[in-house]
Ligand binder design. Structure first.
Ligand code: FES
Ligand SMILES: [Fe+2]
Length: 442
């Protein structure tokens, strides 16, 4: 066969991606420098109560220690001691800081050396400082800022508001690069296929019908100040149109549907795909509903049944993740049970540890992924030029995210999707918390 015939047989060939480099987030890389400009979740708040052992953190191939001192303050420092690099995760929590177990240097949460017990010079400790990073607690997690200069304001995304009665926070470890995981969240077509689960009764059909609607969706996107808004429409009978509005949130988050099917509008799930290193990431989930009626016990039960130690899934690649082909005959598309997080983690891992974009053949329904890659690329150039990338918040008036609309609805004839979103953004009740569920715990 000639080379030309071979190429014809192989089908269309896509142009090599110029965005492949976005996968590398080590320090000093373009994407690494971009992601470090934003607050990133690093640990569950419940993993660091008073008197807890220091936590090892790996983020973007950087090793930190997260600790709570004996006065309750939380700090993040480089994991290697600033003296001779011993592991501070083994450190002692005492005397207002963390004390290195090798020669006893004591560091506070900001990295200042409070004590060098074996050092004769009283001024020696003021000449050394551990590298420390700002930490913020919100929505059941600790967040860190790893970038230069003054951190941006912590963003008031609706899904992170309102205390624990309104929210369920958890995470999963994924054995692949962060970018392909993040791109799975802005790929609305897959919900109709990958997430089709077995529907046993009418109640399930009513709840999950939107996901099993395989009518060809039309996807369009609009740039926003925080990222990309996705409109997914599907034709319904009588000229009505089903509309789902979801969002890419710069640079590694998204705001997608929550539990509106069960609880009505006012739900949103935010996901962050945070690189651990270039071959692993944490998928953080912040599941929110304004009603305070999330069935967190049911979520907990489902998630626990799928998880093993270290927030990893029990299912293993070497036995095809326990895929149940009998259930696929009964209506499940993938056959890995009803937990959507499992579907997402498995399928993005299946693309390879670092998905090679050069092997892709992108089509029109991948429009949001293309736009997001371009947006990341532009933001990288802004950072390189000394500017601020999209989505950072520096003032209180910019910290109102009522325009981060997440909604599943039906468009009446004559109403545009843009007008519908505008109405939602101006409706103060969309994410207004039901005070009867309020909780003083946070
Ligand atoms: S290595 Fe930590 S005090 Fe010496
Ligand atoms: Fe998904």
């Amino acid at each position: 066969m000639t080379a030309v015939a071979e190429a014809r047989e192989a089908g269309p060939v896509s142009a090599p991606s110029r965005y492949q480099y976005l996968t590398d987030t080590d320090r000093g890389t373009p994407a690494g420098e971009l992601l470090r400009r934003y607050w990133q979740p690093i640990a569950l708040a419940s993993d660091l109560p008073q008197d807890a052992a220091p936590l090892p953190i790996r983020i973007m191939n950087q090793d930190l220690v997260l600790f709570r001192d004996d006065l309750g303050r939380v700090g993040a420092l480089d994991r290697k001691c600033a003296h001779r690099c011993a592991d501070l995760v083994l450190g002692r929590i005492e005397d207002g800081g963390i004390r290195c177990p090798y020669h006893g240097w004591l560091f506070d949460t900001r990295g200042a050396v409070l004590d060098q017990p074996a050092e004769a010079s009283a001024t020696s400790k003021s000449r050394v400082k551990a590298r420390s990073y700002p930490v913020h607690e919100a929505a059941g997690a600790f967040w860190v800022y790893l970038g230069p200069g003054e951190p941006p304001l912590f963003p008031n995304y609706p899904a992170l508001q309102g205390g624990q009665e309104y929210r369920y926070t958890c995470r999963w470890m994924g054995d692949c690069n962060w970018l392909q995981a993040s791109e799975g969240n802005i790929d609305p077509v897959h919900t109709s296929y990958l997430h089709q689960i077995e529907l046993y009764d009418d109640a399930m059909k009513a709840r999950w019908g939107v996901f099993s609607n395989t009518a060809r969706p039309q996807i369009s996107v609009a740039e926003t100040r925080f990222g990309v808004r996705l409109f997914t429409t599907r034709a319904l009978p009588e000229e009505h149109v089903s509309l789902r509005v979801t969002n890419f949130v710069m640079p590694n988050a998204c705001a997608v549907g929550g539990f509106e099917g069960d609880l009505g509008p006012g739900g949103a799930t935010m996901l962050w795909d945070v690189p651990i290193d270039n071959e692993h990431h944490w998928r953080w989930e912040f599941i929110f509903h304004r009603s305070g009626k999330l069935d967190k016990e049911a979520l907990d039960r489902q998630y626990r049944s799928e998880k093993t130690a270290g927030d990893r899934m029990i299912r293993r690649r070497d036995d095809n993740y326990g895929q149940d082909r009998a259930s696929m005959k009964r209506g499940a598309f993938l056959g890995l049970g009803p937990c959507f997080s499992i579907h997402d983690v498995v399928i993005t891992q299946s693309q390879g540890q670092i998905h090679d974009q050069n092997d892709e053949h992108l089509v029109s329904s991948d429009i949001a992924i293309v736009r997001a890659r371009r947006m990341l690329d532009e933001a990288i150039q802004q950072v390189a030029a000394g500017g601020e990338p999209r989505g950072l918040v520096r003032s209180d008036e910019d910290n109102d995210f009522s325009d981060l609309v997440v909604i599943t609805g039906t468009l009446s004839p004559g109403v545009t999707k843009e007008a519908f979103v505008q109405q939602c953004a101006e409706d103060p009740s969309l994410f207004a918390l039901d005070p009867s569920a309020s909780d003083a715990a946070e």
